[in-house]
Design a protein around this ligand. Structure first.
Ligand SMILES: Cc1cc2nc3c(=O)[nH]c(=O)nc-3n(C[C@H](O)[C@H](O)[C@H](O)COP(=O)(O)OP(=O)(O)OC[C@H]3O[C@@H](n4cnc5c(N)ncnc54)[C@H](O)[C@@H]3O)c2cc1C
Length: 444
């Protein structure tokens, strides 16, 4: 677990123990604190999923919110499992007639939480199936609220932790309401105006009949086929004017494969408003910039260069990494921008010519650049990891901004096996040691 998450997670868990400890008997402190931790984590996860722009802004964009949302999911499940293992029936129920159902509903909520978390983690569960099922997290939270307030509890009605749980329940419920409303937000109709294929995808322009909501270079929008309740996928806006949007779409799975194979001029789609906080700096008053793009990751930088004016501000170095000339959707564009913008330094790394971006070549590119240079990365994870590693090695202290192209970040089965295996071995070890000690004690 990353260091920062460990600190935040431990503080968050300790906070719940401190809030609960003065108000329940010693034996109940951990089970009640774990239950409170689970409830707060679920409520906060629902608040992040509600996608209130201010909260996204504070967290640094939707992809960062998703990351926090995932960790809160882990805390919610660990808290609920710990509570389930440690909880002992005690205290009084607000309405004794409902206490039995409170218990049953609690078990149902826990089972739901386990299943939903497993579905989110396992990549074999198709994205759209997972996305639809994940919606059930709202009802699961409401079940947990019912359980928290109607099961016999050592927490006195009106005590500070009880009030905290009441506030958390209202916030979580309101956030889920917002998510239901958000889903009803209309998307704008657009038609396919222009299609340019490249190896592995399409460079496409969509046009609307009326002015579209504005976007900032670097932002993305969700696109869905015309029709109700069709699945929507996020793509970074690669450019556009008041009524058009350009996208570079790579075949990556079932929806994009079909899109790339079948889309034709005149096809109708729905487009959401733009979102995202990956915003390469285009104004003159900027720090030195390093922009690293891999494949369709060039999209946010194309939108930025399209809106950039020639200036004598700090230089912008764009490193465009491609598999081959045929797979590069934007070669002509970037060369044209390099011709128009004196501040732009264009470096093309074409693997087909054996020209890959490496720690050595990047270190060479970065020599004599100010340590405060800002980096913007958009592309495959290994490329971003290499740049981040090199950035640290050469002691750059400018901020690194990156866009996640995979909010879910689910694991393959072999990845899950390598994650779970050590903890299973540890648990088995612990049990056999316990058994060994027991045997030694009883001499049996
Ligand atoms: C902020 C952002 C910007 C993106 N910009 C571009 C772009 O400019 N060009 C481009 O080709 N791709 C882009 N992507 C990736 C693109 O959204 C996925 O490749 C696409 O959604 C895959 O859908 P699929 O059904 O074809 O594949 P699937 O097989 O369903 O999924 C393939 C991968 O894409 C992810 N994915 C699937 N559906 C979604 C969804 N609705 N939302 C988020 N992730 C999803 C899955 O987690 C999985 O890892 C972007 C993704 C994000 C999050």
């Amino acid at each position: 677990m990353p260091y920062k998450i460990t600190i935040i997670g431990t503080t968050f868990a300790l906070f719940h123990i401190l809030i609960v400890a003065p108000f329940v008997p010693f034996i109940n402190i951990f089970p009640v604190a774990l239950a409170a931790l689970s409830m707060s984590s679920m409520a906060l996860a629902l608040v992040l999923a509600a996608r209130w722009p201010m909260i996204d802004w504070v967290l640094g964009g939707p992809d960062k919110s998703y990351k926090a949302h995932r960790w809160l999911g882990f805390f919610a499940l660990s808290g609920a499992l710990g509570h389930w293992v440690l909880a002992v029936p005690s205290g009084t129920a607000i309405l004794p007639i409902l206490s039995e159902s409170g218990e049953d509903i609690g078990n149902l909520a826990l089972a739901g939480l386990i299943i939903m978390t497993a579905m989110a983690l396992v990549r074999v569960v198709p994205y759209h199936l997972w996305k639809r099922s994940h919606f059930l997290m709202g009802p699961i939270f409401l079940f947990s609220v019912y359980h928290s307030f109607f099961v016999p509890s050592p927490l006195a009605v009106g005590s500070p932790p009880w009030i905290l749980m009441a506030i958390v329940s209202v916030c979580g419920g309101a956030a889920w309401g917002q998510t239901l409303l958000r889903k009803r937000k209309p998307m704008r109709f657009v038609k396919v105006e222009d299609i340019t294929p490249f190896d592995g995808g399409l460079d496409i322009t969509l046009r609307a009949d009326t002015t579209l909501p504005s976007f900032r270079p670097g932002q993305f929008a969700h696109m869905a086929k015309d029709g109700t309740r069709t699945e929507a996928h996020p793509f970074t806006i690669a450019g556009g004017d008041a009524t058009s949007r350009r996208f570079m779409i790579r075949s990556a799975g079932d929806w994009t494969d079909e899109f790339v194979r079948t889309v034709k001029q005149g096809d109708k789609f729905r487009l959401s408003h733009s979102a995202g906080r990956f915003l390469p700096k285009i104004h003159k008053k900027r720090n030195e910039q390093l922009w690293v793009a891999g494949g369709v990751g060039i999209a946010p930088f194309l939108a930025a260069l399209e809106q950039m004016e020639p200036d004598c501000g700090r230089s912008v170095t764009l490193i465009y990494c491609i598999r081959s000339h045929a797979s590069s959707a934007a070669m002509d564009d970037v060369k044209e921008f390099a011709g128009r913008l004196p501040q732009l330094d264009l470096i093309i790394c074409n693997a087909e010519n054996g020209d890959r971006l490496t720690p050595t070549s990047l270190t060479h590119i970065m020599r004599n650049r100010p340590m405060t240079t800002e980096a913007y990365l958009c592309g495959p994870e290994p490329l971003k990891a290499m740049v981040k590693g090199t950035w640290e090695t050469i002691g750059m202290n400018g901020p690194i901004h990156e866009e996640q192209f995979d909010f879910r970040s689910a694991y393959t089965l072999s990845e899950l096996k390598s994650i779970v295996r050590p903890s299973v071995y540890w648990a088995l070890n612990w049990v056999s040691k316990k058994k060994g000690i027991a045997h030694a004690a009883t001499g049996s």
